[in-house]
Ligand binder design. Structure first.
Ligand SMILES: [Zn+2]
Length: 396
């Protein structure tokens, strides 16, 4: 639902005959009517940038962000999981302390940003709250954690993040940490560490959804085996389509589905990732973009977009994204697929540059023969079911 202002409009015209303009107004498309969500929005990386406003509508050509409220409206993206991402640092008391301070600051920034737009978006913590917000014509924001590194060795911090509204978390990011091996790590623990096993129990006790994206295959297997609630892969893809450690093989997709979980289709790791020296130089600058002046940010953006045209990180397109999504749907079935394209975290390919392209996904799913009910599950129903299942299993 994104028909903001419609109740008022309906009241205003209730007693009048429709005008020609109203008669000619196109009916909302299926995509506009559906409740849509993306399970991995890295957009909070922008929230501390003084030259960037979440409430504005930016353009991909002149801005590096891929999600904002304006484009959520255009692309009819109703909500999603806004991520507290913490870069992996040293597994030392100081490393843990720095990461903890960073993650709580990011949590606070998410709260402040959402609170600045009370008539447009609402922070939510349950499936029911998200549905209510959607029905009221508001967008909705869940909060999730990518990389549990900021917890250090203190699992009681999970409760603090839960109290701050966080409802989904993954144990690890791109390097092994105190909880688990990373899909791109060095197999330190052969899966989960002893503390990682306790992390699973605490996640279940609180009713938080476990996110296995970025976990190694062995860690994924152990998450799946130990968790009392279905788990999610918030931004992953099928390994059979592109053989990368961040993607997941068919057997694991089927086992995840058999336990009620879902894989949310990523738009990263669809093909070879090419990082030229120039790309690395500009990416390092982009990591600290908030410290640059407005003019410097505009210059950096122009340089990156120029490079995107000549040497994209992924030389592929929306057609390939759809092939991967349709393959995933064949293996997992429509009850176990969702969408998590890693916007603002490296996602996006030609023809699928930002969230304004999302209606195309719905059109293509319809064209591929999926029913409206299936597409509704893919866009939000499956994730809401998993949130409810995690909540129902809590307390044990
Ligand atoms: Zn990620």
């Amino acid at each position: 639902m994104r028909l903001i202002g419609l109740p008022f409009l309906a009241l205003a015209v209730a007693s009048c005959a429709p005008t020609v303009a109203q008669q000619n107004e196109p009916l909302p498309s299926l995509h506009q009517r559906l409740m849509t969500l993306d399970t991995h929005l890295d957009t909070p990386v922008w929230f501390s940038n003084p030259h960037w406003k979440f409430g504005d509508r930016h353009d991909w050509h002149t801005d590096l962000a891929q999600v904002d409220l304006g484009r959520m409206e255009t692309g009819a993206l109703d909500g999603g999981m806004f991520v507290i991402y913490t870069r992996q640092g040293p597994l030392t008391p100081q490393g843990f302390a720095d990461a903890k301070a960073f993650a709580f600051k990011r949590l606070d920034e998410i709260h402040r940003t959402m609170a600045a737009y009370p008539s447009r978006i609402e922070l939510v913590a349950t499936a029911d709250q998200a549905v209510r917000a959607d029905k009221a014509g508001l967008r909705f924001a869940f909060i999730s954690i990518e990389n549990s590194y900021p917890l250090g060795e203190d699992l009681s911090l999970l409760q603090k993040f839960y109290d701050g509204g966080v409802r989904m978390a993954g144990p690890v990011h791109s390097k092994d940490n105190q909880f688990a091996d990373s899909a791109t790590g060095s197999n330190t623990w052969k899966g989960l560490s002893p503390l990682g096993r306790k992390w699973v129990a605490e996640m279940n006790r609180l009713g938080m959804v476990i996110d296995g994206s970025h976990s190694s295959d062995a860690a994924f297997d152990q998450l799946l085996e130990l968790s009392k609630a279905p788990i999610i892969l918030s931004h992953s893809g099928p390994k059979a389509m592109w053989d990368h450690n961040r993607n997941i093989d068919d057997d694991r997709i089927r086992r995840l589905a058999a336990k009620g979980g879902a894989v949310c289709m990523n738009s990263v790791f669809l093909t070879k990732m090419v990082y030229t020296d120039e790309r690395n130089r500009l990416s390092d600058m982009a990591d600290n973009i908030a410290s640059l002046s407005a003019a410097e940010q505009a210059k950096l953006t122009a340089d990156i977009r120029k490079l995107d045209a000549t040497a994209p990180v992924q030389d592929t397109d929306f057609e390939n994204f759809m092939r991967n999504l349709l393959y995933l749907l064949k293996v997992a079935g429509p009850d176990h697929v969702c969408i998590g394209a890693d916007w603002d975290g490296g996602g996006g390919v030609r023809g699928f540059e930002d969230i304004t392209a999302l209606p195309k996904v719905t059109e293509r799913l319809l064209a591929a023969g999926y029913s409206e009910a299936d597409i509704a599950k893919i866009w939000s129903g499956n994730v809401l079911r998993i949130l409810r299942a995690a909540d129902a299993a809590k307390g044990g």
